[in-house]
Ligand binder design. Structure first.
Ligand code: C2E
Ligand code: CA
Ligand code: CA
Length: 765
C-alpha cells in the first residue's frame, strides 16, 4: 500500500514534468499559467512524497517536509486560481488583490517554515500501524492551521466559482472544457476535506493534484481547440464554394459537400451521389494511371444540356509516414463564371462587335494559323462598298450598320471551311479562303443581293472586290491584304467594274504613285507643270479657242501625260493645287492674248470633282477676275458629269456662283459615263462637250450615230452649243458637221501642243 502510493506519486511527478516539456514546445494559449500550475503541482507532490518517506525518528525533518507540502499547497491554489481566470477568460485578477493574495500566501509559507522549530501550526508524531506493519506520521493541527485551511479553501472556492460561471454561460461545445476541470478540482478539495475529517494516515488528495495538473495540460493543449477546429473545418467544408468529395483508402466515398453534390449531379441526375462520386474517382484513376504526385489538378468541362461547366479539378492523396494511402479527395472549383467572363472579354478583344467577324489583329493571327497548315493555294479577297460614307450621310449610320451586317453575313456564308473573314475597318472586309472556293460570279451575285434588301432605295450600291491569289504563303498577312486592296484601288471610281485581281504591275503603279506624291510639291514650286493647248475649231474651220491640258515636264522622265498622275493627285487630295496653277496659267494667257488683240479666243480649263472638296471654287475664280484682265466668258470651265454626280448639292451651288461671276460651264465627257438626259434638265450648263469615245469601237455605230444626232438636236433646242472632242478623222468631222455640231476638238485638227507652238502655229500664219 505504502510502496504503491509512493510509486504512484513518483510516476505522476515524472508525468507532470513530461507535460511541462510538451507544453513548452507547443503553441498553447496561457502557457505561463499552465506551466506555473504544473510546476507547483510537481513541487507539491514531490514534497509530500519526500515527507511520507521520512523515517521515524527524523521528527524535525518530517515537520519541515510536511511544512513544505502545506506551503506548496498555498501556491498550488494560487496558481490554480490564476490559471482558472486565464483559462476561462474571466477578467484577469488585478494587481492589488493579486499582491494581497501573494502576501497572504507568503506569510502562510513563512509560518510553515518557522513551524519546523515552533510547531505552532501543526506537530507530528510517529505512529506504528500493526495491521499494515509500518510507521507513519500522524499530524496534530494547531489553531493557526485552520487559518491556512480557510485561505486555501477560499481561493479554491473562488476558482470553482469562476469555472462554474463559465460553464453555465458557454455554448455547449465549451462546456466540456470547463466541466472536467471543475469536477476534478472539486474532487481534489472533496477528497482533501474527507482525508482531514476521516483522519486517514495519508492525504490521498495529492494524487488528484497530480492528475488534475495532467488533465489541465491535456485540455489546454488539445481538447477544446481540436473539437472546435473540427467543427469549424466541417462547417467551412460544408459551406465552401469549392466542391469536395472525400474517399477512404479503398476508394469508398466518405463525404460529399453541397457544391460537389450539385456538380456531380450533372453527371448522373438520379443515381446515389456516393456511387457517382466513386465512379468519378475510378474514371479519374483510369485516365491518370497511378500518378506519382500526390496532387494532380487539371481543367475539366462538364456538359449540362447546352450549358457548359468549366471546372478546375484537383485530386489529392493523403499518405501516412510510410507512404500508404490513407484517403483522398477531389476539389472541384467551378470556374464557369470566370471562364465565361474571360471568353467574353476575349471575344470582344478579337471580334468586331457590330458584325461578329474577327477584327484586324485577330484576323492576322488566324490567317497565319490557317496558312501554316495550308495544303492548297489560297487567296485573299477584300470587298467594300463604293461611297459607303455617302450611305451613312444620306440614310444614317443605322442603315449603314445594317448594310455592314448583311455584308458580313454573306461573307460568313461564302468563306466556308478553312477560311476566315474579318472587318478591317469601316466598310472594308477581308476574307482568306482556299482558291478553289472562290467563285467570282457567286461572290458578286451574293453581294449584289444586298441591294434587294431595299435599305437604300435610290442609292446605287456598288461593291468592289479585290482578289490577291497568294503566291507565297509565308508573306506577311498585311502584304497580302494590301495587295488585295491595291486590286480594288485600281478600279475604284469605275462603276463598270466590280472585281479586280492583283497583278505585279499594280505594285509598280503604287510605287509610281508614291514617287509622284513625293515629287509633287517641288514640281509645282519649280514650275515643272505646263499648260498645253489643244485647239478648238468652229464648223467653218475657224480657231475659236483651246482646251488647256496639263503636262508634267519632268526633268528626268520627260513629258508626262495627265493619265499618269491626275488620278493619283485626286486620291491624295492634291489635285486642287495643280488646278489652281493651271487656271492661273490660262487666265494669264487670256490677259496676254487680250492685250495682243486675240481677245476673241477662249481657253477651257478642267475642274476636278475633288476641287469642290478642297477649294472654294467660286472664290478661286473670283480672284482670277480680280487679278487678271480678261473677258470672263473666254475662260470656259469644264466639269464632267461624274464630278457633278458625286456631290450634287455642293457643285450645283458652286455652278450658280460661277454663273453669277459670268463664267460659262461646259459639261465635259458627256455620254461617256452614266449620264442621263435628265441631267441636262437639272444642270445649268452652257455648252455640251460630247465625248467621241462612245462613237468609236462600237459595232452598232449606226445606233450611236442616231443617238448622237438626237443629242445635238436636243442641245440645240435647249440653246446649248455643242462641241465634240476626240475627232480623229475627216469622216467623223464631216458627219458631225452634217448633224449640226458647232465646234470640234481632236487629233484630226491638232494634238495638244505647247503654248509657244500654239502661238507660233496660229498667230504667226
Ligand atoms: P479630257 O478633259 O477629256 O481631255 C481630253 C483628252 O483627250 C486629252 O488627253 C487629249 O489629249 C485627248 N484627245 C484630244 N483629242 C483626241 C483625239 O482625237 N483622240 C484621242 N484618243 N484623244 C484625244 P490628256 O491631255 O491626256 O488628258 C487626259 C485627261 O486628264 C483629260 O481628259 C482631263 O480629264 C484630265 N486633265 C488634263 N489636264 C487637266 C488639268 O489641268 N486638270 C484636271 N483636273 N484634269 C486634267
Ligand atoms: Ca476636258
Ligand atoms: Ca473630255
Amino acid at each position: 500500500m505504502f510502496q504503491s502510493l509512493v510509486a504512484l506519486l513518483i510516476f505522476l511527478t515524472v508525468m507532470m514534468i513530461v507535460c511541462v516539456g510538451i507544453v513548452n514546445r507547443k503553441v498553447v494559449r496561457n502557457r505561463k499559467s499552465v506551466v506555473h500550475l504544473i510546476w507547483t503541482a510537481v513541487f507539491t507532490a514531490a514534497c509530500y512524497t519526500a515527507f511520507i518517506l521520512v523515517p521515524p525518528g527524523w521528527h524535525r525533518l518530517a515537520v519541515f517536509m510536511d511544512g513544505l507540502y502545506f506551503l506548496a499547497t498555498d501556491w498550488l491554489v494560487v496558481y490554480l486560481m490564476l490559471f482558472a481566470a486565464a483559462y476561462t477568460d474571466v477578467h484577469p485578477i488585478s494587481k492589488i488583490p493579486r499582491r494581497v493574495i501573494g502576501l497572504l500566501a507568503g506569510v502562510d509559507s513563512i509560518s510553515f517554515l518557522i513551524n519546523t522549530f515552533t510547531n505552532h501550526m501543526f506537530d507530528l508524531r510517529s505512529l506504528r500501524s500493526e495491521k499494515l506493519n509500518l510507521y507513519y506520521w500522524d499530524v496534530q493541527f494547531r489553531f493557526p492551521h485552520a487559518i491556512h485551511r480557510v485561505f486555501v479553501y477560499s481561493i479554491v472556492l473562488y476558482s470553482l466559482l469562476i469555472l462554474l460561471y463559465r460553464l453555465v454561460n458557454s455554448p455547449a461545445i465549451y462546456k466540456n472544457k470547463y466541466s472536467s476541470i471543475l469536477v476534478q478540482t472539486a474532487s481534489v478539495v472533496g477528497l482533501n476535506i474527507l482525508c482531514a475529517v476521516v483522519d486517514t494516515k495519508y492525504d490521498y488528495s495529492v494524487i488528484l493534484y497530480a492528475s488534475l495538473a495532467i488533465s489541465i495540460c491535456y485540455l489546454a493543449l488539445y481538447a477544446s481547440p481540436k473539437k472546435l477546429l473540427e467543427r469549424i473545418h466541417s462547417t467551412i467544408v460544408g459551406d465552401s464554394v469549392i466542391g469536395l468529395s472525400a474517399y477512404d483508402n479503398n476508394g469508398k466515398c466518405v463525404g460529399v459537400n453541397r457544391v460537389a453534390r450539385e456538380l456531380l449531379k450533372t453527371l448522373e441526375a438520379d443515381e446515389d451521389i456516393y456511387a457517382t462520386a466513386e465512379r468519378y474517382l475510378k474514371e479519374w484513376q483510369e485516365e491518370h494511371g497511378d500518378s506519382e504526385s500526390n496532387t494532380v489538378g487539371e481543367e475539366k468541362v462538364l456538359e449540362k444540356g447546352s450549358k457548359k461547366l468549366y471546372l478546375f479539378v484537383t485530386y489529392q492523396k493523403f499518405l501516412d509516414e510510410k507512404g500508404r494511402i490513407q484517403g483522398s479527395c477531389f476539389q472541384f472549383e467551378n470556374r464557369t463564371e470566370v471562364t465565361d467572363q474571360f471568353r467574353k472579354e476575349q471575344y470582344i478583344a478579337t471580334h468586331d462587335t457590330l458584325t461578329g467577324l474577327l477584327n484586324r489583329s485577330a484576323f492576322e493571327e488566324e490567317c497565319r494559323r490557317i496558312l501554316s497548315q495550308a495544303g492548297e493555294p489560297y487567296c485573299m479577297v477584300c470587298s467594300n462598298i463604293q461611297n459607303f460614307k455617302l450611305v451613312n450621310e444620306l440614310y444614317g449610320s443605322r442603315v449603314g450598320d445594317r448594310l455592314l451586317i448583311a455584308q458580313a453575313d454573306i461573307l460568313k456564308g461564302l468563306a466556308g471551311k478553312n477560311a476566315v473573314s474579318a472587318r478591317m475597318y469601316a466598310d472594308k472586309f477581308s476574307t482568306l479562303m482556299p482558291k478553289r472556293c472562290f467563285r467570282r460570279q457567286e461572290f458578286l451575285e451574293k453581294l449584289s443581293k444586298i441591294s434587294d434588301m431595299n435599305l437604300v432605295s435610290s442609292f446605287r450600291l456598288h461593291y468592289y472586290v479585290g482578289v490577291y491569289e497568294i503566291t507565297d504563303l509565308t508573306e506577311p498577312v498585311w502584304t497580302m491584304y494590301d495587295k488585295a486592296v491595291m486590286a480594288i484601288d485600281a478600279i475604284r471610281g469605275n462603276y463598270e467594274r466590280s472585281i479586280s485581281y492583283y497583278r505585279d504591275e499594280l505594285l509598280q503603279r503604287i510605287l509610281l504613285e508614291k514617287e509622284i506624291l513625293g515629287e509633287f510639291d517641288r514640281a509645282i514650286e519649280e514650275g515643272q507643270f505646263a499648260m498645253f493647248l489643244q485647239p478648238q475649231v468652229s464648223a467653218r474651220g475657224e480657231l475659236v479657242g483651246a482646251e488647256g491640258l496639263v503636262r508634267w515636264i519632268h526633268p528626268v522622265k520627260g513629258i508626262m501625260y495627265p493619265g499618269t498622275f491626275i488620278s493619283t493627285l485626286e486620291k491624295a487630295g492634291l489635285i486642287h493645287k495643280l488646278d489652281l496653277y493651271i487656271w492661273e496659267c490660262a487666265a494669264g494667257k487670256l490677259e496676254e492674248w487680250k492685250r495682243k488683240g486675240r481677245g476673241n479666243l477662249s481657253i477651257s480649263v478642267n475642274i476636278s470633282a475633288k476641287d469642290f472638296y478642297y477649294l472654294d471654287v467660286c472664290e478661286a475664280f473670283e480672284r482670277l477676275i480680280e487679278r487678271y484682265d480678261f473677258d470672263v466668258k473666254s475662260l470656259k470651265l469644264e466639269i464632267t458629269e461624274t464630278a457633278l454626280m458625286e456631290n450634287v448639292h455642293e457643285t450645283m451651288k458652286a455652278l450658280d456662283g460661277l454663273h453669277a461671276l459670268g463664267y460659262e460651264i461646259e459639261l465635259d465627257d458627256f455620254g461617256s459615263g452614266y449620264s442621263s438626259l435628265g441631267m441636262l434638265k437639272d444642270i445649268d450648263a452652257d455648252i455640251l462637250k460630247i465625248d467621241m469615245i462612245f462613237l468609236q469601237e462600237t459595232k452598232q455605230a449606226k445606233r450611236s450615230a442616231t443617238i448622237l444626232k438626237n443629242i445635238i438636236t436636243m442641245a440645240g433646242e435647249l440653246g446649248m452649243p455643242v462641241i465634240t472632242e476626240g475627232v480623229e478623222t475627216k469622216e467623223q468631222a464631216d458627219f458631225l458637221m452634217e448633224i449640226g455640231c458647232d465646234m470640234f476638238q481632236g487629233y484630226y485638227f491638232a494634238k495638244p501642243m505647247s503654248i509657244e507652238e500654239f502661238e507660233r502655229k496660229y498667230f504667226e500664219e
